[in-house]
Write a protein that binds this ligand. Structure first.
Ligand SMILES: NC(=O)c1ccc[n+]([C@@H]2O[C@H](COP(=O)([O-])OP(=O)(O)OC[C@H]3O[C@@H](n4cnc5c(N)ncnc54)[C@H](OP(=O)(O)O)[C@@H]3O)[C@@H](O)[C@H]2O)c1
Length: 328
């Protein structure tokens, strides 16, 4: 089978496409024919050894996938050969075949394609956890989404709208803002050409913003925090700008507001029941079309440099996938 492999840490150009023997499923594991592996921004950090997850070398990048069960190891129950599944493994998915414990696989409902399913776990899973369990977002509250056209950002626009919030989507180009309007954003702000704080004040008046969803960090975080209203919540999702902000804490005191961390990877390990309930909700929404799981592009595995490049150059609108050669 073909596998994309990181043999020494570095940029995407240093990854290698190699032939490896098929893995063999052990006790409680399934062998999966991967259809699509999904890339996330953090994969860029993982392959450069700049992320909290540090896989042992050599490893395949990509943390989530969709595919079909090809074989079952001893004691692996609940699935049969040919079943369509998605899974989250942290890393190791950019390859034609992988093994996973069956406990970490989720069966795909009818009506949900393998293409849309591949990138559902992390972006939509993080976002539902963030807006539901962390922010306790209420109907008619104002939700500001930074980096709104990216992977987690688009998920926040869609899930926020589905939860009945008024979504203000913020991004760095008018093209990105026109795109997110199609997914439920009621208002938009171009933070490359407009003053984020002044625009949020204009749109929310003396009440201020209820919830900020921030996967970008840098200078935008303080401007968004200053725009929160009484008992507002700032959700710390990530730092795609590369800068971890250090906002003044007097703002938190004066607004009686909260800065709330969101760490999906630990949430699924610490609160598996809540995670499984979230996944069931997301699969139902994706199968019915209530959320789009929009795919920016599915690149052939050999085009991995272009795929990573779309994320690094801030071009991706929604999810970036790697498509295996064996996928129809
Ligand atoms: N907390 C969690 O559990 C969790 C889970 C998943 C992801 N994350 C984090 O969320 C962040 C976004 O992940 P993603 O996969 O959604 O990324 P993505 O699809 O690449 O989107 C990131 C967005 O950030 C903005 N951005 C600003 N400066 C950037 C830069 N220098 N390089 C790239 N993008 C930049 C871009 O929007 P504009 O051009 O419009 O500014 C881009 O659309 C990452 O930091 C990731 O680690 C956290």
């Amino acid at each position: 089978m073909k596998a994309l492999v990181c043999e020494s840490f570095g940029p995407p150009e240093t990854l290698k496409l190699v032939d490896l023997p098929d893995p063999v499923p052990g006790e409680g594991e399934a062998l999966v024919d991967v259809s699509y592996a999904s890339l996330n921004f953090f994969d860029l950090l993982v392959i450069e050894n700049k992320y909290q997850v540090k896989p042992p070398l050599p490893f395949s990048p990509a943390a989530e996938f969709s595919g079909r069960i090809a074989a079952l190891g001893p004691g692996a129950t609940g699935f049969k050969i040919g079943d369509r599944v998605l899974g989250y493994t942290g890393f190791g998915c950019a390859r034609e075949r992988l093994v996973s414990p069956v406990a970490r696989l989720v069966a795909l409902p009818d009506g949900l394609s393998e293409e849309k399913a591949a990138g559902l776990s992390i972006t939509y899973g993080t976002t539902l956890h963030a807006l539901k369990q962390r922010a306790d977002l209420k109907k008619d509250e104002t939700l500001v989404v930074l980096g709104a056209s990216g992977g987690v950002g688009l998920a926040a626009v869609e899930i926020g709208a589905l939860m009945g919030a008024k979504v203000i989507a913020c991004a760095s180009s008018d093209e990105k803002l026109a795109f997110v309007r199609k997914f439920g954003a009621q208002e938009t702000i171009n933070y490359a050409t407009q003053d984020l704080r002044a625009e949020l004040k204009r749109l929310t008046g003396s009440r201020g913003v209820d919830v900020v969803y921030d996967p970008v960090g840098g200078a935008l975080t303080e401007a968004a925090l200053r725009s929160l209203g009484w008992k507002g919540r700032l959700l710390v999702i990530g730092f795609a700008s590369g800068e971890i902000p250090k906002p003044p804490l007097n703002l938190v005191l004066l607004k009686g507001c909260d800065i709330r961390g969101v760490f999906w990877g630990d949430f699924i390990a610490r609160e598996p029941q809540a995670h499984h309930a979230n996944m069931a909700e997301l699969l139902a929404h994706a199968a019915s079309g209530a959320i789009s799981a929009h795919v920016h592009a599915a690149y052939p595995l050999e085009s991995f440099i272009e795929a990573f490049g779309a994320i690094a150059r801030r071009e991706a609108l929604g999810k970036v996938l790697l498509k295996m050669g064996t996928t129809a």
